[in-house]
Design a protein around this ligand. Structure first.
Ligand SMILES: [Zn+2]
Length: 296
């Protein structure tokens, strides 16, 4: 579903695995149009339909990082929009050209059944993939400019885009997850390259621009951006302390994951049994990323 948020920005609900308000893509329009993140490969038809219905042929495809929920459909869209310029962090580039390693890693992490539903990304010809350099400015015309801001942490190749005139960031996963139906903020810290120090310094880097708003993929627009950053730092520190204690006490991954899930359910005033998979899965994956980080 395509919703115009302003003259320049629209949010596309990619209907990830048929769930609304879980994975967003953003269309940013000046004279030219950029699509920031594009959802799972299995959401490509939804995104293509929304773009077609609104007469949009993106000039730029800008995945914030190569994970399947952000960049899975990039290859499929690249085939359709043959003139679109595709930009990604240099460390992400090999995965767009040959997604097989990414696919293998995701299959091991999520299980073959789940990744089958996410959909396998299509490869993109190397000549079409451009490197997004930190500080690069994409001028879309009509006063809309996007500044490339490297924000490693969630992944080492993660980037965000600052919409300079509006003091807004298209954050990708540089900030945590908070679904509208379950409004509690929690970290998104997956294997294999989550790094806590990098995440914190990326948050400080974003804070340094005094942003007013965040356009987040999971999910929607955040208007109190500075408080949101503080909330992110607090939730990361809380997880660090909690996971360390549970690890030292020799708990199993399942016990730890259940404890974190229960804690989030309590904060939501909901029984844990009511939490959908799109919430349970990222909690567990974030725990695994944290454990891997602590073991390094
Ligand atoms: Zn994500």
């Amino acid at each position: 579903m395509f919703t115009k948020l302003s003259e320049s920005v629209a949010i596309i609900d990619t209907q990830a695995l048929d769930a609304p308000n879980v994975v967003a893509a953003y269309a940013v329009k000046g004279k030219e149009t950029a699509l920031i993140d594009m959802g799972y490969r299995s959401s490509a038809e939804v995104v293509l339909r929304d773009l077609a219905e609104n007469g949009i042929n993106p000039d730029y495809l800008l995945p914030t990082h190569v994970h399947l929920d952000h960049c899975g459909s990039c290859g499929t869209l690249a085939k359709k929009f043959t003139n679109a310029s595709i930009r990604v962090h240099p460390k992400g580039e090999p995965h767009l050209v040959d997604p097989s390693r990414l696919w293998k890693g995701a299959s091991e992490l999520f299980g073959s059944e789940l990744v089958r539903r996410y959909g396998r990304p299509e490869p993109i010809a190397r000549r079409r993939v451009h490197v997004a350099v930190d500080g690069d400015v994409i001028d879309l015309g009509r006063g809309v400019t996007l500044r490339t801001v490297w924000t490693p942490g969630h992944a080492s190749h993660h980037i965000s885009y600052e919409w300079e005139d509006h003091k807004a960031f298209f954050t990708g996963d540089a900030v945590g997850i908070c679904f509208p139906k379950f409004p509690v903020l929690f970290p998104t810290t997956p294997p294999t390259s989550f790094d806590l120090e990098q995440t914190l310094s990326s948050l400080e880097r974003i804070r340094g621009s005094s942003p007013a708003a965040f356009y987040t993929p999971h999910y929607g627009v955040v208007r109190n951006a500075m408080r949101w950053i503080t909330g992110n730092v607090n939730s990361l520190q809380h997880w660090l302390k909690t996971i360390r204690l549970m690890k030292e006490a020799g708990w199993s991954e399942e016990q730890m994951s259940n404890t974190l899930t229960d804690e989030i359910a309590v904060a939501m005033h909901r029984p844990a049994s009511e939490l959908p998979d799109y919430l349970r899965v990222p909690i567990k994956i974030s725990l695994l990323g944290f454990l891997q980080y602590l073991s390094r």
